[in-house]
Design a protein around this ligand. Structure first.
Ligand SMILES: *[C@@H]1O[C@H](CO)[C@@H](O)[C@H](O)[C@H]1NC(C)=O
Ligand SMILES: *[C@@H]1O[C@H](CO)[C@@H](O)[C@H](O)[C@H]1NC(C)=O
Length: 505
């Protein structure tokens, strides 16, 4: 108890020192199609510069990247290119103008490309808040797809996506702006009449990036008000702004004082909890990743080589991959870590891919089946929740059941138990199994829903017979499956006394 109190106090003290700005990865997607003039460009960069000048920038605070797009998207700089404010501001300042010859805006491609910038290899921090701010002066060439891609960012990264629409080709109620932006649109959509008005939205955008920062309207910058619907706009703003002023009978000063004190205490508490959570997340991560694992290598190579904008990239937790070799984890810790990762707010399609070669004893195999059973028994199973498939493999893979074969938990659990009497034999052709999963499990005919996250847990007792092909197969599978967990079991995998080892790629 004493110790806990002391630790708490130390963290409390630290939190006061460290809890400064927001901890977010912010990406600006800036229209650079031919309609944008040199003046427009200068105003846009001035806007980003001004917003940035109020923020706390750094590896423990905000990281920022800027992407410009017309029919192609290019990062001008990425999240980890500037780790302090001075260098970031000067990077923004030095973004030069090139008149585009292309009038089409492929905002959807820019949004897809943005996903790659959130990878850890590009400076994305998996535990940071994700903010995407799209600035457009007209609609994209494919509004439905643009909206889908913005939705993907929300689903895979929990990103907050803002849309800033400029000029007469758009409006505050434009479908595309509203579809790109998170809800409510009154908060996430900004619409202004011209680039010249960007200056006037600095005070409104800024606290949405860092809620502890405010800016006052600069002299000479005016809030843009749409001529015909001026009243509607200002009423909306008023309702937001006046909530705290409705206690007319009370002494406003005292109320504000009390509110501020409460806010301060709440903020400090939130900071402490957040720091504890962050520490735990970091620790978990450190424990989970082995740079030597062939699939981890494949992920790394994939990230290094093919930041193919045109390819689909999904959320994969690859942070710190090059730093620490994995620590062996006990079966229990492994289970909790996997479980913790699966039971998040979104539903998952989970495939267990289980090695049935002779690498382990019958007894050990039973424990592995129990392990799968235990994870599954903790999950909410159903067609609108998590769905589970089970594939076993040795020389060739075999579907034990598909995602949509079993609709309730007890039949899933029964089917898991029934693989206990499989004979353990054959050779470890992991690459066949990985391609098989991509071709047969994560397809709509097997029950895959597009709104769920795909996760796979590979449990195996040794390296595959063809490591290179396995790496390739893993690489391909990563275009469909967002998270692959690799659990190596037994002495053939690692020289450790512990039985189960765990990585997350
Ligand atoms: C940025 O700030 C400067 C003054 O610091 C102001 O003159 C300029 O209009 C601002 N520009 C934008 C686009 O906010
Ligand atoms: C700012 O946001 C953080 C995280 O959502 C929250 O914990 C904190 O209380 C907020 N601060 C204010 C002043 O609203």
């Amino acid at each position: 108890m004493m110790l806990r109190t002391t630790v708490f106090l130390i963290i409390f003290g630290l939190s006061l020192t460290y809890c400064r700005g927001a901890y977010k990865d912010v990406l600006w997607l800036v229209d650079a199609s031919s309609s944008v003039s040199a003046d427009d460009h200068a105003l846009t960069m001035g806007f980003i510069y001004n917003v940035t000048s109020y923020l706390t920038i750094g590896d423990n605070d905000i990281r920022m990247g800027v992407v410009k797009f017309d029919d192609e998207a290019n990062a001008l700089f990425e999240l980890d290119d500037n780790n302090n404010k001075a260098s970031l501001l000067s990077a923004i300042n030095s973004i030069s103008y090139t008149q585009s010859t292309v009038s089409s805006r492929k905002t959807m491609d820019a949004l897809t490309y943005t996903r790659t910038l959130y990878l850890s290899i590009k400076g994305g921090r998996s535990d940071a808040g994700k903010v995407v701010i799209v600035i457009e002066s007209g609609p994209s060439t494919n509004t439905p797809l643009t909206i889908t891609k913005a939705n993907d960012l929300r689903t895979s990264y929990g990103a907050e996506v803002f849309a800033i629409g400029i000029g007469s080709d758009l409006s505050k109620t434009n479908d595309e702006l509203q579809g790109i932006a998170n809800d409510p649109d009154s908060y996430y959509v900004e619409y202004i009449g011209g680039f010249i008005n960007l200056c006037g939205i600095v005070p409104s955008i800024l606290p949405k990036i860092d809620n502890e920062t405010t800016a006052t309207m600069l002299d000479g910058c005016d809030e843009w008000v749409e001529p015909t619907t001026a009243e509607i706009t200002s009423t909306e703003r008023m309702t937001e702004a006046t909530i705290s002023q409705t206690n007319e009978g009370l002494d406003i000063g005292a109320v504000v004082g009390i509110l501020l004190s409460c806010l301060l205490i709440l903020a400090i508490l939130a900071c402490v909890l957040y720091l504890l959570y962050k520490r735990k997340r970091r620790k978990d991560k450190k424990d989970q990743i082995s740079p030597e694992d062939d699939i981890v290598k494949a992920v790394n190579e994939y990230n290094d080589t093919s930041l193919g904008e045109k390819r689909h990239m999904y959320k994969r937790d690859t942070s710190n991959i090059s730093i620490t070799p994995t620590k062996t984890m006990s079966e229990k810790d492994t289970m909790f870590t996997v479980y913790e990762n699966l039971e998040k707010e979104v539903s998952h399609h989970i495939t267990f891919l289980v090695d049935t070669t002779a690498g382990v004893s019958k007894d050990e195999f039973h424990q592995i089946v129990d392990f799968i059973y235990n994870i599954t028994s903790r999950l909410t199973i159903g067609t609108n929740d998590n769905m589970v498939a089970l594939v076993t493999f040795n020389t060739s893979p075999k579907t034990e059941f598909d995602l949509n074969d079993k609709s309730d938990k007890s039949s899933v659990l029964d089917a898991i138990t029934s693989i206990k009497n499989h004979s353990l034999t054959g050779s470890r052709e992991t690459h066949f199994a990985l391609s098989y999963i991509g071709d047969n499990i994560y397809v709509q005919s097997s029950g895959m829903r597009t709104d769920a996250q795909s996760s796979m847990l590979l449990i195996r007792y040794g390296q595959s017979v063809t490591p290179t092909q396995t790496q390739f197969a893993a690489l391909f599978l990563l275009s469909t499956v967002q998270t692959i967990y690799v659990i190596g079991v037994g002495s053939l995998m690692f020289e450790t006394t512990e039985r189960i080892d765990f990585f997350q790629t």
